[in-house]
Design a protein around this ligand. Structure first.
Ligand code: HEC
Ligand code: HEC
Length: 263
């Protein structure tokens, strides 16, 4: 057996393997910390030190101090359990008086025959948020927007409380035989679509999601198409736009017919 020490640089096996390891480490550090960051076309780096900091994940100072603003209005409603406040008889009574103006389109009982959305039994938070968005211009509709334009905050809360208080009337198009489309029950995980029912009430409910059952198919279809096209963009964090964009025309048709047939 050789008398040579194992951990000595005089041992050629030891020096070669340590040398190779160090060379690989240096080469990968150069590639990972300098070459790859500099090769990114979108990353504007000032120099080598900047590239190393960026690769190490050190937050960089924003390029411009001003936050980029979208060129359209976004919803500024914050929904909390106290958003609506009192839903007492006074509020509901005031809401009923104010809602007389709405009856020609939304129906005297909050149920529309004219493909305007039904409001009876809708969550007060939803009605309030939508009215607020119509008023600020975050949601735009030539027919509806003028009616929200001169409502005060309390007006909107009272009307919302009134419609939430009205009973949901069974839809005239209710049909138990229409089966729920897969997208309502299971969503489409490969396209990042959660089941509709996980927010809209069948499986679970997320604040701010409207009740869809009994809404006319024409209305539902129009809203989904508007979300997909970006014509309606008042949904906070693009919750609905991200979903609608990835739905097929056939799926939109199916959900519209399904929800219309719900009581
Ligand atoms: C001239 C007809 C008309 C009148 C009057 C009217 N609306 Fe509307 N409303 C509509 C239409 C049409 C829509 C659907 C807009 C869309 O497609 O984006 C709508 C939508 C809404 C929505 C959104 C519903 C949802 O599920 O997203 C609310 C809330 C609402 N209206 C409340 C009211 C209130 C409250 C009044 C009375 C102060 C009123 N509307 C008066 C036609 C009308
Ligand atoms: C992550 C929760 C979530 C899921 C999942 C979801 N939605 Fe929504 N949806 C919302 C919210 C929140 C709104 C209200 C947007 C706003 O603020 O105006 C909405 C609004 C809508 C509207 C407009 C209703 C109205 O009256 O204005 C339709 C139609 C709709 N969703 C259909 C669907 C369908 C169909 C699916 C399944 C493919 C689905 N949604 C899945 C959260 C969700």
């Amino acid at each position: 057996m050789s008398e040579q020490k194992l951990f000595s640089f005089r041992n050629s096996w030891f020096s070669t393997s340590v040398g190779t390891t160090v060379a690989i480490a240096i080469a990968s550090a150069l590639a990972g910390l300098i070459w790859l960051p500099l090769a990114q076309p979108d990353l504007k780096l000032a120099g080598i030190w900047d590239a190393i900091c960026s690769a190490a994940g050190i937050p960089r100072a924003p390029v411009s101090a001003s936050v980029q603003q979208p060129d359209f209005k976004t919803s500024n409603v914050v929904l909390t359990p106290d958003t609506i406040g009192r839903k007492d008889a006074v509020s509901i009574g005031r809401g009923a008086t104010l809602a007389q103006r709405c009856a020609i389109c939304h129906g005297p009982q909050g149920v529309s025959d004219a493909n305007s959305p039904n409001l009876a039994g809708q969550f007060a938070e939803v009605t309030y948020k939508e009215l607020h968005d119509f008023k600020t211009g975050a949601r735009v509709n030539v027919v509806m927007s003028p009616f929200a334009a001169n409502m005060s905050d309390q007006d909107m809360k009272d009307v919302a409380a009134y419609y939430a208080y009205l009973p949901r009337v069974p839809s005239s198009k209710a049909d138990e035989k229409v089966p729920p489309p897969p997208i309502v029950v299971t969503g489409a995980p490969m396209r990042n679509i959660p089941p509709c029912g996980s927010c809209h009430g069948e499986l679970d409910y997320k604040a701010g999601s409207p009740w869809l059952g009994g809404q006319s198919a024409v209305y539902i279809k129009a809203q989904l198409q508007a979300f997909a096209a970006g014509a309606r963009r008042n949904d906070i964090s693009q919750q609905m736009r991200n979903i609608a964009r990835h739905m097929t025309a056939e799926e939109i048709d199916q959900v519209a017919r399904y929800y219309e047939a719900q009581p």
